[in-house]
Design a binder for this molecule. Structure first.
Ligand code: NG6
Ligand code: CA
Length: 545
C-alpha cells in the first residue's frame, strides 16, 4: 500500500514511495552527499589518529527522539486534531516526513519503552508490563540498547524525562536513599534526569544520574504498597482537599493536592511540582544539547505529557478548549518548539535527526476527573482508528510519527510501516555499528524509510501487543490486520476503561476498513488461517530479526 496523503502542514508531499517491496537497507549512497561513502572514507583517512568509531561518529548526525505519553493518532494538528493547535509539531512535520503508519510496539508505556530501547518485543520477556513504583530495573545492566549502540559509536547519550522501566537490582528494587542502579547509566546512557516511574505513581522526585535529587538525609524517602500508618492522609481520607479528584485507582498518598498510585513518606525537599516538569525537561535538554554541540549526541526526550494527572504549567492551563488533556498537548507542543529552537541556536538543525513519536495511543479518563470526556468537542484522539491505550486495535499503537532532518530527509508524507522498536537496528546502521546476533531480536533496519529515501521500504509486518498479558496481539501485514484476543475481552473501545467481549480472532482490511469494524475472517478463511499461523510462528520463533 502506497498512498500520498496531502495534509495542511505538508504543502509539498513528494513522490518518495514506490511499490517496491525491497527491504530497506542502510547504504551510505542512500543518504545525502554529507553521508556518502566517499566522505566517510575521506573523513576516516584524515582522522586516522582517531579510533574508527570516533571517526565515524564525528561525521554522524545527532539523534533526538521525542516520545510523547498517551498521545493518539488524531491528537496533533497535522494529523487532524480539532479544538487545539500544535504549531511546532506541525512545523516539524512540514519540514520533514510525516508517517501515516508509524507505530509504537505496545499500547502501554513500559513495554513500548522496553522494546524501543532493547529492540526486542516486550511480550518475549514476562514482567515487562506497566512497572509499579518499586520495580527493579527491567532491562539488565549491559544489555545492548539503542543507547548503548550509539554510545559505542562515540555518541554522548542522555535520557531526560519519564523512565518507567524500573531502577535497582532484581529482587531488591530501587534504593531510594542510596545509589539507584542499575538504571539508564548501566544500559548505554551517559546521563539521565528522570521522573522515575509515572507522574501518577509515587514518588514525585527527580532522579539525577544515580541519586534522588535534593534528598535530605535527615528526611529519608520511603516508598511502598501499604499505608505506612493509620493517620497517613490518602485520596480516600482527605478527598475533599484534593485539587484534582480521582475517578478510579489513584487514591493513595497525596502530593501537590493530587492523590497517586502507591504510598510514600519523607523526601520532602526532593519533591517536585507537577506544573514544573516540562520546564525542567526542556531546561535540562537545552543545557545538555549546548554542552555537547561539538560531538555527536543522542537525546531521548521522554515527555510525561499527556499522562495523568494532567497538570500543566500555569501558562498552559486553559490554553485550549479541551481542558487539561488539550492543555497537556499544548505543553508538549511547546517542548518540541523549544527543542527545535535549541538545535537552531546551536547550529545543529541540519545535523540532527529529530524524531517525534508516542508510547501508546490515547485514553480519556485514565483515573482522574479532568474533563477529558466532557470537553472533547469535535476532537477525535484516535483519528480514524478504533481503540486506544490498552488495546491491540490500531488506535492503541498507531500514533503520530515524524522524522526531520532538513537537507537529508525529503519533505513529504510516507505510508511506510515503521515502529519505535526499529530504532535500535536503524540507528546502528546509521552509525555503522553491527548488532550482536543475540540482541535486538525484533528490530528491523528501516533507516531508508525513516529518512524518506526513494525506493526504501519499511517493515513487512508488525506484531502489536497490549500490556503484556499473554494472548492479545495485533498482527499487521500490508493492508491486512489479524487481531487475536486470547482473553476474549478488550478494553477501551470508547477510550475509557469499559470492557467488551470480542471473538478470539478477527481479520480486517485496513485500507477499506481502517476502523476495524468488519471482521472478514469468515469471507477470507484462508488468509485468516495463514495469518494466525504466521503470528504463532513469530511468537514461537523467539525472534524476528
Ligand atoms: C494503570 C493506571 C493508569 C496508568 C497506567 C499506566 C489505574 C486504575 N490505572 O494501571 O492510570 O497509570 O496504569 O500508564 O491505576 S502508562 O502510560 O504508563 O502505561
Ligand atoms: Ca503511556
Amino acid at each position: 500500500m502506497r498512498r500520498l496523503i496531502p495534509t495542511r502542514s505538508s504543502p509539498q508531499p513528494i513522490s518518495v514511495m514506490t511499490s517496491n517491496s525491497m527491504r530497506a537497507s542502510c547504504r551510505f549512497r542512500d543518504l545525502s552527499p554529507r553521508f556518502s561513502l566517499a566522505s566517510f572514507l575521506l573523513v576516516s583517512c584524515t582522522l586516522a589518529c582517531l579510533s574508527f568509531s570516533q571517526a565515524i561518529a564525528n561525521d554522524r548526525p545527532n539523534v533526538v527522539i521525542v516520545m510523547a505519553d498517551d498521545l493518539g493518532y488524531g491528537d496533533i494538528g497535522c494529523y487532524g486534531a480539532k479544538g487545539l493547535e500544535t504549531p511546532n509539531i506541525d512545523r516539524m512535520a512540514s519540514e520533514g516526513c510525516q508517517f501515516t503508519s508509524g507505530y509504537c510496539s505496545a499500547s502501554t508505556c513500559t513495554p513500548t519503552r522496553y522494546s524501543f530501547l532493547t529492540g526486542s518485543y516486550a511480550f518475549r520477556f514476562p514482567g515487562t508490563g506497566i512497572a509499579p513504583p518499586n520495580s527493579p530495573a527491567l532491562i539488565p545492566a549491559g544489555t545492548t540498547t539503542t543507547a548503548s549502540v550509539l554510545q559505542e559509536a562515540g555518541y554522548k547519550t542522555a535520557v531526560i524525562g519519564k523512565w518507567h522501566l524500573g531502577l535497582g537490582e532484581k529482587n531488591e528494587g530501587p534504593d531510594w536513599n542510596g545509589d539507584l542502579k542499575p538504571g539508564p547509566l548501566e544500559i548505554g546512557f551517559d546521563h539521565c534526569i528522570l521522573l522515575p516511574t509515572t507522574n501518577d505513581r509515587v514518588p514525585q522526585v527527580y532522579v539525577n544520574n544515580h541519586n534522588v535529587e535534593n534528598l535530605d538525609p535527615a528526611d529519608p524517602l520511603w516508598v511502598g504498597n501499604k499505608k505506612p500508618s493509620q493517620d497517613h492522609p490518602t485520596g480516600i481520607t482527605h478527598r475533599d482537599t484534593l485539587k484534582m479528584d480521582w475517578s478510579h485507582g489513584h487514591n493513595s498518598t497525596i502530593h501537590n493536592g493530587i492523590s497517586r498510585i502507591g504510598f510514600y513518606t519523607g523526601g520532602h525537599a526532593a519533591r517536585f511540582r507537577d506544573e514544573d516538569l516540562s520546564d525542567r525537561w526542556v531546561a535540562e535538554s537545552k543545557r545538555w544539547i549546548s554542552d555537547h554541540k561539538e560531538e555527536p549526541f543522542f537525546l531521548f526526550f521522554a515527555s510525561h505529557d499527556l499522562h495523568v494527572p494532567r497538570v500543566v504549567n500555569e501558562r498552559f492551563q486553559g490554553s485550549t478548549a479541551l481542558g487539561p488533556r488539550g492543555d497537556a498537548i499544548a505543553e508538549l507542543d511547546w517542548c518540541v518548539g523549544e527543542l527545535m529552537k535549541s538545535l537552531e541556536e546551536n547550529g545543529l538543525t541540519e545535523k540532527t535527526l529529530l524524531v517525534f513519536c508516542s508510547d501508546n495511543g490515547p485514553v480519556l479518563d485514565d483515573g482522574y476527573k479532568d474533563d477529558a470526556n466532557e470537553k472533547l468537542g469535535e476532537h477525535d484522539p484516535n483519528g480514524p482508528y478504533q481503540g486506544g491505550k490498552y488495546t491491540v486495535y490500531e488506535g492503541g499503537t498507531r500514533t503520530p510519527f515524524i522524522t526531520r532532518m532538513p537537507g537529508t530527509i525529503p519533505v513529504g508524507v510516507s505510508d511506510e510501516l515503521v515502529c519505535t522498536i526499529d530504532f535500535a537496528a536503524s540507528l546502528a546502521a546509521l552509525v555503522g555499528q553491527e548488532l550482536p546476533n543475540d540482541a535486538c531480536l525484533d528490530s528491523h533496519n528501516v533507516l531508508g524509510a525513516l529518512m524518506n529515501q526513494s525506493g526504501a521500504s519499511g517493515r513487512e509486518h508488525l506484531v502489536q501487543q497490549d500490556n503484556g498479558k499473554v494472548g492479545n496481539y495485533g498482527y499487521r501485514v500490508g493492508d491486512w490486520k489479524l487481531v487475536r484476543h486470547d482473553q476474549k475481552k478488550s478494553y477501551n473501545f470508547d477510550l475509557s476503561m469499559t470492557r467488551k467481549s470480542v471473538p478470539q480472532f478477527a481479520l480486517y482490511n485496513l485500507e477499506s476498513d481502517p476502523a476495524e469494524q468488519n471482521d472478514l475472517s469468515q469471507s477470507e478463511p484462508q488468509r485468516a488461517k495463514q495469518m494466525q499461523q504466521e503470528l504463532q510462528q513469530l511468537l514461537d520463533a523467539g525472534r524476528s530479526r
